[in-house]
Design a protein around this ligand. Structure first.
Ligand SMILES: Nc1ncnc2c1ncn2[C@@H]1O[C@H](COP(=O)(O)OP(=O)(O)OP(=O)(O)O)[C@@H](O)[C@H]1O
Length: 212
């Protein structure tokens, strides 16, 4: 049971997947917020029932699953609707991540949370961002200069420069992310450099988890 959990975050195309793959190769369990966000509103879930209660049956595709394109259009230009949807999904994502990490074998686990620096205020507490995850013992940020992010995004996704720019601008800034970091992987070098960096962090996390 891993109750020592490291939160991992980083901007779009910063290299989070490359980093988590290398932790997994060392036997570390990684819980993924993007996958948890799907599970949170899976067919038959309480989360999906709440979305339907809030947004009506128009939130569903003909097969009964969440109609993601329709919901995206719905919340795109409507902040109140977006906040309503996030207030349903985000707490469930946090609970799922916590449960998956707690159930993971090994001395520690990683929760990969792309929007950790952007997370919503927690209703009624005034807490948001990193504070929405008080059970994270450390935060690891994958950090790259914006130019590198842009290049990798264009190369990987074949999108145009304007869209890449909008995706980067929609996220927290590099400084906002670094402000919540306990540990940083600067991923502007070759991929081979990642392995040693991840191995060193893994040794540190095992030691910290072992020390309680
Ligand atoms: N150090 C590196 N050198 C060269 N290419 C890299 C490096 N790190 C990551 N990449 C490449 O950049 C792209 C983005 O990396 P990756 O998919 O790991 O980012 P991510 O942060 O998980 O992305 P997203 O935010 O979209 O989930 C991938 O094609 C990956 O192989």
């Amino acid at each position: 049971m891993a109750d020592y959990v490291v939160g991992l975050t980083g901007g779009v195309a910063s290299g989070k997947s490359e980093v988590t793959r290398r932790f997994e190769a060392l036997g570390v369990a990684v819980a993924d917020a993007d996958l948890a966000a799907r599970d949170a509103v899976a067919v038959g879930s309480e989360g999906l029932a709440e979305v339907v209660a809030a947004f009506g049956a128009g939130a569903l595709a003909p097969d009964g699953s969440l109609d993601r394109p329709a919901m995206r259009r719905r919340v795109f230009a409507d902040d109140a609707a977006r906040l309503r949807l996030e207030a349903i999904v985000h707490p469930r994502v946090r609970d799922l991540l916590r449960a998956q990490c707690a159930a993971a074998p090994g001395p520690y686990a990683i929760a990969a949370i792309p929007l950790l620096a952007e997370a919503l205020p927690v209703q009624g507490t005034g807490a948001g961002g990193r504070a929405a995850y008080p059970w994270l013992r450390r935060v690891l940020v994958v950090d790259v200069p914006v130019e590198v992010q842009r290049e990798r995004l264009l190369a990987r996704d074949g999108i145009d420069a304007a869209l890449a720019e909008r995706m980067i601008a929609a996220q927290a800034t590099r400084q906002e992310r670094l402000a919540i970091a306990d540990d940083v992987i600067v991923n502007d070098g070759p991929l081979e450099a990642l392995e040693a960096h991840v191995a060193a962090l893994d040794a540190r996390y095992r030691a910290l988890a072992g020390a309680g």
